[in-house]
Design a protein around this ligand. Sequence first.
Ligand code: AMP
Ligand code: ZN
Ligand code: FE
Ligand code: FE
Length: 286
Amino acid sequence: MAMRIDLHVHSNVSDGTDSPTRLVFAAQEAGLDVIGLCDHDTFDGITEAREAGRRIGLSVLPGVEMSTRYKDRPVHLLGYGCDPWNRPLLAELTKLRASRVERLQAFLDKLAELGLPLTEEDVAASRGLSPSLGRPHIADAMVAKGYVANRDEAFAMYLGDGKPAYVERYATPILEALALIRGAKGLAVIAHPWGPGAKDVLTGDALAELAKAGLEGIEVDHTDHDARSREMLTQLGARTGLIRTGSSDYHGTGKLHNPLGINVTRPTAYQEIVNRIAARGGVGPS
Ligand code: AMP
Ligand code: ZN
Ligand code: FE
Ligand code: FE
């Protein structure tokens, strides 16, 4: 049987709802052999996930999903195989996580103005022990208060980009993020390039420019992309020499349309990623 590889999943170390251990068990149940754990702006779940994976025979490729900026648009950048102790990268991830916390009060102020009061404690309760505070945690606090039915509704009505309670935050300039990932012996792949956010700036020319700056892959098979986008991205990727991946972007019960394994990465693409990481001394799959 062919290997089933899902290279972009989240745990409750950021805004997913499964602990890293539970996530690994769920992945095996879903028939996967490999997952790439890519929590937002932190490596904190990797060790636990790899230990759980080792016990049951599921391979975990370490990853991170960095919040970056390209031409003033948000771009999510996946870094695979990075040295988790690399100083410059760790410093930048710390800065990103700090900016997530710094904007919380502005969210609470806007929500209060909209007649939807929340306290820091409400958000702390839904955040749990996650070192990376995300809008989904605020959404969960709104659900707990009965303001909205689920995360989707919270984003659609209030928290999504440009919505009435939206607050901007710091994101790493993408060229800097590419250099940091490469400097940590990792491999950079743009997550859901044509999802909401950066579709109109991530043109073929832009991808070619970013490839010259160290980008090595793009996520093509993702629920944010329709069949036509996938076809076009496959062609653009082939033309610019970018590796094409596929992933679920699983968030547990936080994103119901993204079950584990709904999109997967071809074994040849995965092997290429693993080979490149090994060649530069990065951290390979467990
Ligand atoms: P933040 O990290 O605070 O910028 O929040 C953005 C994150 O929220 C994204 O990375 C997604 O994981 C998640 N997200 C975005 N839209 C939705 C939605 N409609 N429902 C659930 N989660 C979402
Ligand atoms: Zn997320
Ligand atoms: Fe993302
Ligand atoms: Fe993600």
